[in-house]
Design a protein. Structure first.
Length: 401
């Protein structure tokens, strides 16, 4: 799903709640010491069967679909969205969420719900509650994962697509102010405690008004809250009766989900990039050799790429002597053309892959990853801190086996 709200301002490192991991780690660690954590949870994308009145059909915008960027310009997408009338069926009346889990489940569900609210909707009260309502609707729908964290991170563990784009485009590295966390957590607690957000009712999908995904005209448009448009499936699977799955706890560990999502995001372009026709610009071994013949450092600097600048994925060489700040600026110049753009770097020419998707070896040897700021999220920067110790900005790439 695409975010329309701007990222909240970054927070300094003085407070213990600066990052999501720090926020979640302390209470969960205390619970672990007390022996209250549940056993290993099921995969976040797992869906337990429920008895329903109809068999599960092939639904548009199902959890198996990847995030697909709009092929229209923002202006054209807004015009097309505005031309679609709201469905007569309306959003429906949401049922209060019934939480039936342990103390650890509550902490995990609250923080995952709060994170999604901030990342997808910014700081607005109604905007966050609308997103949270959709997530809780999904938890009770048999087409989606059966836990809050499972729904939020659904698909982020695989390179083929995530359901919420902030979990697979590097935005998980973003930091939020303590006050923003407190407000979002309060809203999440209220929603988990039975509060509902009537404007979006039983909606299970949404997207920003500046995009028009392929599935948009195959669902019922039922509401708009701020810049986000909300949808329901048509027929039985979009009805309140379909929200029949019972929540029973078993929340997966959000720290592990976050780590897996960051590794996946660092090693793969945003799903849909290849399908949307965006050019993938790579520096292959042969092109590196040709550039090296002309200049010993021509191929070793992202500021002098073999491929042209613009949207897409750029493979570059980096060196321990490169300044991290300079690498970021050079990556920004590569992505100056707009659109989704990622720059990925390796320290050895033979490690640079010739094509996407990245192999396991290429992911293990990745030294630098940059995602440009665009309509789908803020800038995200990752370094291999073994090669670039203590970079002044950005986040260390998670350790890879």
């Amino acid at each position: 799903m695409d975010r329309a709200a701007p990222a909240l301002p970054p927070h300094d490192d003085r407070g213990p709640l600066a990052a999501f991991a720090a926020l979640v780690l302390l209470p969960i660690a205390l619970l672990a010491l007390a022996g209250t954590l549940p056993g290993p949870a099921a995969s976040p994308a797992s869906v337990a069967p429920v008895e329903t009145a109809e068999p599960m059909p092939d639904l548009p915008a199902s959890p198996e679909d990847t995030v697909v960027l709009s092929e229209l310009t923002a202006t054209d997408a807004r015009a097309r969205n505005a031309a679609v009338e709201f469905a007569v069926v309306g959003p429906g009346t949401p049922s209060p969420f019934r939480f039936d889990g342990g103390a650890a489940d509550r902490l995990r569900a609250r923080d995952c719900l709060a994170l999604a609210g901030m990342a997808e909707a910014g700081g607005g009260d109604g905007d966050q509650r609308a997103v949270m309502q959709v997530i809780l609707n999904r938890v009770r729908h048999p087409a989606f994962a059966r836990t809050v964290c499972g729904v939020v991170f659904e698909g982020a563990q695989r390179p083929t697509g995530c359901q919420f784009s902030f979990t697979c485009d590097g935005s998980l590295a973003r930091r939020y102010p303590d006050a923003a966390w407190r407000a979002a957590r309060d809203r999440a607690e209220q929603m988990l405690g039975g509060a509902t957000h009537a404007p979006v009712g039983n909606a299970t999908h949404f997207h920003a008004d500046y995009v028009y995904p392929w599935w948009s005209d195959q669902l019922d448009k039922v509401a708009q809250v701020g810049p986000h448009i909300f949808f329901r499936w048509r027929g039985f699977w979009g009805s309140r009766s379909a929200l029949s799955a019972r929540y029973a706890g078993g929340e997966p560990d959000p720290l592990r989900l976050r780590e897996t999502a960051l590794v996946t995001a660092a090693a793969n372009p945003l799903p849909g990039l290849l399908e949307s026709g965006e050019a993938v610009r790579s520096i292959t071994r042969d092109s590196v050799a040709r550039a090296a013949d002309k200049s010993p450092r021509a191929a070793a600097s992202p500021g002098q790429p073999v491929a042209g600048a613009g949207a897409g994925v750029h493979f570059v060489l980096v060196a321990p002597s490169d300044s991290p700040a300079a690498l970021i600026e050079r990556a920004r110049s590569l992505c100056s053309g707009g659109g989704y753009c990622r720059v990925q770097g390796w320290s050895e020419a033979e490690q640079i892959p010739a094509q996407l998707p990245l192999s396991k070896a290429a992911r293990r040897s990745l030294r630098f990853s940059f995602v440009a700021s665009n309509a789908n999220g803020g800038e995200a920067v990752f370094f291999d801190c073994r090669l670039f110790p203590s970079p002044p900005s950005g986040t260390c790439l998670p350790a890879r086996p």
